[in-house]
Design a protein. Structure first.
Length: 227
């Protein structure tokens, strides 16, 4: 009997790749998408729930699955209003985790960011860190928080400044060795594959995983021991 997966943020870079991978994964019978607008051309395997995901709690009766993949996120440039930013980057993942707990979903994966720290003086890092703490408080048996570095991939949006920054960052990659490995850029497809591998291995309870480990996990779909 195939599994049911929930994806939040399926229209973003990582979420879209994750959706494509799950569509081609025979272990998954149903994929539920929660978003503000419908994605056209989806096969019958996909069930879409459209509405205001800032009020995700309204979807509680349909928020039933084996696994939750939360890839939601915005940027300071796209969402300059800090209150709205927090409702997205903190509010949505936390509400999703609470719904998962209430509906007895035992596997929850969320994409955070390298540098997240609830005690940070930087608003965006602090927001991510507070989100992580609140997600962990739900005590979902198989919780995985992924902290990628700068994410590379083909985006639909035209972010010129980000593209320039990414080129410069890539030129510096050879300098990132040893403990600096976690700062190397990471591909969105590596994050997506890592999430799938983690969801299907369940080696321990709560884990916070940085970019270098995400990359390793994406290459190994067997049972993984994460230090």
């Amino acid at each position: 009997m195939g599994k049911t997966a929930i994806i939040i943020g399926a229209t973003g870079l990582t979420g879209a790749i994750l959706l494509e991978k799950l569509l081609n994964d025979d272990r998954y019978k149903t994929i539920k998408l929660f978003s503000r607008k419908e994605i056209e051309g989806m096969p019958s395997k996909v069930k879409q729930f459209i509405g205001n995901i800032l009020e995700l709690e309204n979807f509680k009766k349909d928020f039933i699955a084996d696994e939750v993949f939360c890839c939601i996120g915005t940027t300071a440039k796209k969402t300059p209003d800090k209150e709205l930013y927090k409702r997205i980057d903190y509010g949505i993942p936390v509400t999703a985790a609470k719904l998962a707990k209430e509906n007895e979903i035992n596997t929850f994966l969320v994409v955070s960011a390298l540098g997240s720290n609830a005690n940070s003086s930087i608003f965006y890092n602090k927001t991510k860190g507070e989100m992580e703490l609140e997600v962990l408080k739900q005590n979902i048996p198989n919780t995985y928080i992924l902290r990628p570095s700068i994410i590379s991939g083909d985006r639909n949006e035209n972010r010129i400044g980000e593209k320039v920054g990414l080129v410069i960052f890539k030129l510096l990659q050879p300098l990132f060795i040893g403990k600096l490995k976690k700062y190397k850029t990471i591909k969105a497809k590596e994050i997506a594959q890592s999430m799938i591998n983690l969801a299907n291995s369940k080696t321990s309870k709560e884990k916070i995983i940085t970019s270098n480990k995400i990359r390793e996990i994406s290459k190994n779909n067997k049972l993984l021991k994460i230090k």
